[in-house]
Design a protein around this ligand. Structure first.
Ligand SMILES: O=C(O)CCC(=O)C(=O)O
Length: 277
């Protein structure tokens, strides 16, 4: 007989406290990322993972064969702002547990959601080229962070997320969009400057948080299963919107910030505060 799922217990877990150690906070601030174990239980990942997967396959429009896709299109199926599509996905994305960790790592008073995105690297999916996320965002301060949540154990063969340690502090390649060019330029430059690359598997329940200016990449998915990942991007709740500096930021300003005035803070309807002290 199938065990019944107690939704109350799942929701309680999503809102419960996770204590981030001072060591983890110091590590994040120095290296620009941190990996944390046992953040979500297998039950929560399984339950919300299947809701997210259903949404990904319902909303996905990228159906052309791998060999006809660009490098970016080969990297993953990318479905954004699931929280606005489904109440249960919203409960997951609005997890206070995950938002509080983001708040504590950045040392701010609270965080807003910028947007969420599911990133499903299909079997035979290619690399995610080196890049830094904040290149895409018209936001003033570097207090932005993404939680990367694998919905299954993620061995090296599936393309776990890898980080160039401490790269958030250097202003290299900050004007390059994610592409074969960013992969080449940044791989060369990060190696020339002797950055250590942290590339290890993720256990089930383990998640990473990386800062908006930390360079990161992922290998291809050489397994026979999709690498299912959910992500949420948080920003300091007092973040200020800046004049877009490239065409991607113009698009982000319209899509994720509702064209809120330059110089103002993001607005509550599209970018609600998910945790605040
Ligand atoms: O999942 C991936 O392969 C890339 C993820 C990423 O770039 C991000 O979450 O910022």
């Amino acid at each position: 007989m199938e065990a019944t799922i107690d939704k109350e217990t799942l929701l309680n877990e999503l809102d419960s406290d996770y204590t981030v150690s001072p060591e983890a906070i110091a590590f994040y601030r120095e290296k620009g990322y941190v990996k944390l174990k046992d953040v979500l239980s297998p039950t929560v990942l399984d339950y919300y993972g299947s809701i997210i997967t259903d949404l990904v396959f319902r909303l996905n429009t990228l159906i052309k064969p791998m060999e006809e896709r660009t490098t970016y299109e080969r990297a993953f199926l990318q479905i954004m702002n699931l929280w606005r599509e489904d109440e249960e996905a919203k409960a997951f994305v609005f997890s206070k547990r995950l938002a509080k960790i983001a708040t504590d790592l950045m040392g701010v008073q609270g965080v807003r959601i910028y947007h969420d995105q599911a990133l499903y690297k299909e079997p035979s999916g290619g690399i995610t080229p080196w890049h830094a996320d904040q290149f895409y965002w018209p936001l003033a301060s570097p207090n932005t962070v993404t939680v990367w949540i694998p919905l299954q154990e993620t061995p090296m063969a599936m393309g776990p997320l890898a980080f160039a340690e401490g790269s958030q502090h250097v202003e290299i390649g900050r004007d390059v969009e994610i592409s074969d060019t960013s992969e080449k330029i940044l791989a060369d430059e990060l190696q020339r400057q002797n950055f250590n690359v942290h590339d290890t598997p993720f256990d089930l329940g383990e998640v990473s948080y990386h800062a908006g200016w930390t360079f990161h990449r992922a290998g291809p998915n050489a397994s026979n299963h999709p690498r299912k990942v959910m992500t949420m991007i948080y920003m300091d709740k007092d973040q200020i919107i800046t004049q877009p500096r490239n065409k991607f930021q113009v698009a982000d300003h319209a899509k994720w910030l509702n064209n809120a005035p330059i110089g103002s803070s993001p607005q509550d309807d599209l970018n609600p505060v998910l945790f605040s002290y």
